[in-house]
Design a protein around this ligand. Structure first.
Ligand SMILES: Cc1cc2nc3c(=O)[nH]c(=O)nc-3n(C[C@H](O)[C@H](O)[C@H](O)COP(=O)(O)OP(=O)(O)OC[C@H]3O[C@@H](n4cnc5c(N)ncnc54)[C@H](O)[C@@H]3O)c2cc1C
Length: 503
């Protein structure tokens, strides 16, 4: 059932088993799963069924790094959340990304890939991903003469492996149109639209949340009470809400060790240069392009194939996660936020080739290391609800850049070594770290130790019996894989925890 918060009487208290805050990918997956199991759910969503500027403006905030796009354009504040303009490319984190790496300070998840795998089938279904696996399979290509692009190196394994990102079908899944009907008709589910949570209020013992305060842009004030509360408002807004909830707990809820908002991360992504493939390597299109089913004019359809550094190579060279895609030159400008060569390097040669080409753009997507100085903090300026806005500092480190240099140079060397081609890299010394600006993560990271994480392995805020966080905020490290598949899997795992503790 949809309820317009603007028609809710002042002072009303709305009660439920579970109160979910934010109706994007995570909130919708969690709400429908819980309600279908008979749990009484209220989903509180700031926006309505369509984008409206006044609500979207509530996402305004400051960014310290000039390369970081404005916060009010990279996220969407209405039902369906940022899936209303995402690309729909999905891939789970590989098991390696969950492990602690001694060359990456603060790395390591408290859970393993095997803890999330039981939820992958339901995640695929929720995200409309028909393919049952994420392995690159040469037999799926159109080629009869498949030749691997990268030969094994001294380790016996190639340093770069072909990898697949599956795409939601038939195009990027917009969760608002896809799930509006289910949200409207599923029993046990009330969806409060145009309703902003403004603060969480703790009990006197500061051990649980008793109430969530709500406001509408036209001045209504009411509240929610529930056995359990879950923040599903995206990594930046989840941190903001914890920090704003300082009525009884100085510094905000869950912030006893000053960790809320820290370790903010986003993937970097730039056009690294161009690859010239030699005629002796006729299979590049099968491995990196034709298999992707990219078609001119339909850049948002079809799976994507690229390359990622192998775990062995990363461990040997002590590097962060790194992946690359090759695009025909005229498609190279289509991925959101990725710069073209000429913009990145101050005027490189762009091919005018109109079709699949022997010269292809090389686009890299790379991991940012977990850094406590990468932060979401409260600003002194306020929004239309009188709430303090955020200030975001991505704070990219020299070793983040060094890792990109090393990977890109190694990729070029490997291609030359195997005789398949040459790479003309951009000037990497001062390349712009262009964030993808939508893969927000890390602001309420999981850890078994409250001194190292805001949330525990279940996503429960340390010290709070009934407050959970879900979404990218939980990620201790982000790997190179797109985040939303893991975000939905985490939400579905949380549904199991809440199904038993909420009734
Ligand atoms: C341009 C772009 C392309 C992307 N492409 C991909 C891709 O190809 N693959 C991929 O995996 N990921 C991609 N992403 C990232 C993906 O969109 C996010 O990972 C995903 O949407 C996060 O889901 P979420 O539910 O955590 O947050 P969101 O989807 O952002 O949802 C948060 C919800 O919370 C609501 N909300 C916020 N504050 C409040 C409040 N105070 N009270 C009530 N409600 C509130 C918002 O209105 C919103 O509906 C992309 C992002 C961008 C920007």
């Amino acid at each position: 059932m949809f309820i317009d918060g603007r028609a809710t009487p002042n002072g009303q208290v709305i009660r439920s088993d579970v109160c979910l805050i934010g109706g994007g990918a995570a909130g919708i997956a969690l709400a429908l799963t819980l309600a279908r199991r008979g749990v009484d759910v209220v989903l509180v969503e700031s926006g309505g069924l369509e984008l409206d500027q006044a609500t979207q403006q509530l996402y305004d905030g400051e960014v310290i790094d000039n390369d970081y796009p404005p916060l009010r354009t990279s996220r969407l504040r209405y039902l369906g959340g940022t899936t209303n303009h995402w690309g729909g490319a999905c891939r789970p984190l590989d098991p390696f990304e969950f492990e602690a790496h001694d060359w990456v300070p603060h790395s390591g998840w408290p859970i393993r890939s095997s803890d999330l795998e039981p939820y992958y089938d339901a995640t695929r279904e929720m995200l409309h991903l028909p393919e049952p696996h994420f392995h690159f399979d040469a037999n799926e290509t159109n080629s009869n003469d498949h030749v691997p692009l990268f030969a094994p190196g001294p380790t016996g394994e190639p340093d770069f492996e072909p990898v697949v990102w599956r795409r939601t079908q038939p195009g990027p899944l917009r969760m608002r149109p896809a799930y509006a009907q289910a949200l409207r008709t599923t029993r046990h589910l009330r969806c409060l639209l145009h309703t902003n949570i403004t603060a969480l209020i703790a009990n006197n013992e500061r051990s649980a949340i008793v109430r969530a305060r709500a406001a509408t842009l036209d001045g209504r004030r009411f509240a929610f009470e529930a056995r359990n509360f879950v923040l599903c408002a995206g990594a930046i807004e989840n941190a903001r809400m914890l920090l704003l909830s300082d009525q009884k707990m100085g510094g905000g809820i869950g912030n006893q060790h000053g960790l809320v908002g820290r370790y903010f991360a986003d993937h970097g992504g730039i056009d690294l240069g161009e690859v010239h493939f030699f005629d002796s390597a006729p299979t590049i299109r099968e491995e990196s392009y034709a298999r992707s089913k990219f078609e001119p004019g339909k850049p948002e359809q079809g799976d994507v194939v690229g390359f990622a550094s192998s775990a062995i190579a990363r461990e040997r060279d002590r590097l962060l996660g790194f992946s690359m895609m090759c695009f025909p030159t005229r498609l190279s400008r289509t991925p959101g936020g990725i710069r073209s060569l000429s913009k990145a390097a101050g005027g490189g040669q762009a091919s005018t080739d109109e079709g699949p080409s022997r010269v292809m753009r090389l686009v890299g997507v790379f991991e940012k290391s977990p850094n406590p100085e990468s932060r979401v903090q409260l600003d002194t300026r306020t929004d239309a609800l009188g709430l303090r806005k955020v200030e975001v500092d991505l704070n990219v480190q020299q070793h983040d850049r060094a890792s990109v240099h090393a990977h890109a140079r190694h990729f070029a060397a490997e291609l030359a070594r195997t005789g398949h081609g040459r790479v003309r890299l951009i000037a990497l010394d001062d390349f712009p770290w262009t964030p993808l600006a939508g893969h927000h993560a890390g602001t309420a990271r999981m850890s078994d130790d409250p001194k190292h994480g805001v949330t525990d392995r279940d996503g429960r805020v340390h010290g709070m019996g009934n407050l959970y966080v879900t979404g990218g905020a939980l990620f201790p490290t982000v790997g190179w894989q797109n985040p939303t598949f893991t975000i939905v899997a985490l939400a579905l795992r949380l549904a199991d925890t809440l199904s038993t503790s909420s009734r």
